[in-house]
Design a protein around this ligand. Structure first.
Ligand code: SIN
Length: 320
């Protein structure tokens, strides 16, 4: 039996509250992975290895920890004796980490990110079952790439998004739907499994560029809404006239509906584009995508949500 490696980063799954009934007034990232594992007896008979990489509330996630995660995951998935990797993570930026790791690593082996909506001290914590499901998924030979396991469902990194601020089934894969579920330790597929190709996974160019970088190219997100006037974009442009470091390399607009942008904001974005800033349109709708339109000078996000479009553009800029 090959081993599975669990990398801890914090989150509510590792959260602690003073009262069992308190599912919101807790501190995230307090309980070590070994202690979380102790609450799941079924894990004691499995061949597991643990690394505590950090203990953060994932709202504070950033490039430094992403680099560390990318390096450790790359190291472990390259090991002959490792079947897959599990990452315990906060729910708040989990979809960003999942997308980042999938883009940078394209792992052939399963890299399963899991989480919880209730702290470990809750009356009925959801973390222990999620952790067990994630470890089982990480041992599934048909599973490939970065996925998220939460509330019994398996989501692909590209599609997954946090859609609820409180419920334990907080994640959704939009129009694509979850790819599978985990039932009694077994992965049951809703769609035929897609394997990451060995060729795409074998290319470590982007990983090396990420590991060599001090920071990601700056890409900001602005939202189009009623009365949007482009003031924030113009403020960035004005600040960059004083100090060029304020000029973002890219902007993602969380646009209305099928990628429409308030005309005042659009004018400001076109000015930014003329100053060399790359501008991408994603939709602020929870579901659907911006339908490609070759005639629109502001390119669409190829179906990615605003936060993932931000990462996609930053990684494109990094690799240019
Ligand atoms: C976090 O994202 O670290 C806190 C919130 C959560 O995990 O649900």
């Amino acid at each position: 039996m090959k081993r599975r490696v669990i990398l801890g980063t914090g989150g509510t799954i590792a959260g602690r509250s003073n009262r069992q009934s308190d599912n919101v007034g807790y501190v995230a990232g307090e309980v070590r992975v070994e202690d979380l594992m102790a609450s799941v007896p079924a894990l004691s008979s499995m061949c597991l290895e643990v690394e505590q990489l950090d203990q953060i509330d994932s709202k504070d996630m950033g490039f430094a920890l992403w680099k560390r995660l990318a390096e450790r995951v790359a190291h472990h998935v390259a090991r002959e004796d490792v079947a897959g990797v599990v990452i315990t993570h906060g729910t708040d930026t989990l979809e960003e980490t999942a997308y980042f790791l999938e883009r940078v690593l394209r792992p052939v082996k399963p890299v399963v990110i899991t989480c919880a909506m209730r702290p470990s001290t809750a009356l009925v914590p959801d973390g222990p079952q999620n952790l067990l499901d994630a470890v089982n998924a990480a041992g599934c030979v048909d599973l490939s790439g970065v996925v998220v396991v939460c509330a019994g469902l398996v989501h692909r990194a590209e599609h997954v998004a946090k859609v609820h601020s409180y419920r334990v089934d907080a994640f959704d894969s939009g129009d694509a739907g979850p790819m599978a579920c985990v039932e009694e330790g077994e992965v049951r597929w809703f769609h035929p499994p897609q394997r990451t190709s060995v060729t795409s996974a074998g290319d470590t160019t982007l990983l090396h560029q990420v590991l060599a970088a001090e920071a990601m190219p700056r890409v900001d997100i602005v939202t189009s809404h009623a009365d949007a006037d482009g003031g924030m974009v113009r403020a960035l442009l004005a600040a960059s006239a004083v100090d060029a470091a304020h000029l973002p390399r890219g902007l993602v607009v969380a646009a209305t509906g099928n990628g429409t942008v308030h005309r005042a904001l659009e004018a400001a974005l076109r000015e930014a584009q003329q100053r060399g800033v790359r501008v991408i349109r994603a939709t602020r709708c929870a579901r659907g995508r911006v339908i490609p339109d070759a005639a629109n000078p502001l390119h669409d996000s190829a179906g990615l949500s605003p936060v993932k479009a931000r990462l996609a553009l930053a990684l494109d800029l990094l690799s240019e």
